[in-house]
Design a binder for this molecule. Structure first.
Ligand code: HEC
Length: 130
């Protein structure tokens, strides 16, 4: 569990540092929130990441490597973030499912509300733009 938390906070830190393109900033942090149209904001991302941690998704998923389930970055590359796809992935997150990434099923995640599922899926599908 501790390791998962480390992975998760590493992801937050990575994201927080993203967008600076490695420019030297004299120790100053660029606090500008990136609001590229079609992608979510840092605050929204942070909330989605928290949900992903608190709802136990990280037991089977990591952002950039396959665990029991597919890496979220791979999920992001597979789907366009349209409303229909977000809806159907969100309902799969809640009910569980199998057969898209292999023979291992995703079990139902019954503590997740439809809104929370959409929030997480929207974030996951935005990863390819990060
Ligand atoms: C018990 C392990 C497990 C847990 C917990 C889990 N997943 Fe999954 N997840 C999987 C597996 C395995 C797959 C691949 C299913 C398949 O091949 O259809 C998957 C697939 C997915 C997909 C892609 C679905 C598709 O059809 O392409 C998304 C999105 C996803 N999970 C999000 C989540 C979120 C969000 C949570 C937390 C609420 C979560 N998962 C919790 C194992 C898990």
């Amino acid at each position: 569990m501790k390791k998962l938390l480390v992975i998760l906070s590493a992801a937050v830190v990575l994201y927080a540092c993203g967008g600076s393109d490695g420019k030297a900033t004299d120790g100053k942090k660029d606090t500008t929130v990136q609001t590229t149209p079609g992608t979510s904001t840092a605050a929204v991302d942070e909330k989605a990441l928290e949900l992903i941690g608190s709802k136990g998704c990280t037991a089977c998923h990591a952002i950039d490597k396959k665990l029991i389930g597919p890496a979220y970055i791979d999920v992001s590359k597979k789907y366009e973030p349209t409303a229909d796809i977000i809806d159907s992935l969100a309902s799969k997150v809640i009910k569980g499912g199998v057969g898209v990434w292999g023979d291992v099923p995703m079990t139902a995640n019954t503590t997740v509300s439809p809104d929370e599922a959409k929030e997480m899926v929207t974030y996951i599908l935005s990863l390819k733009n990060k």
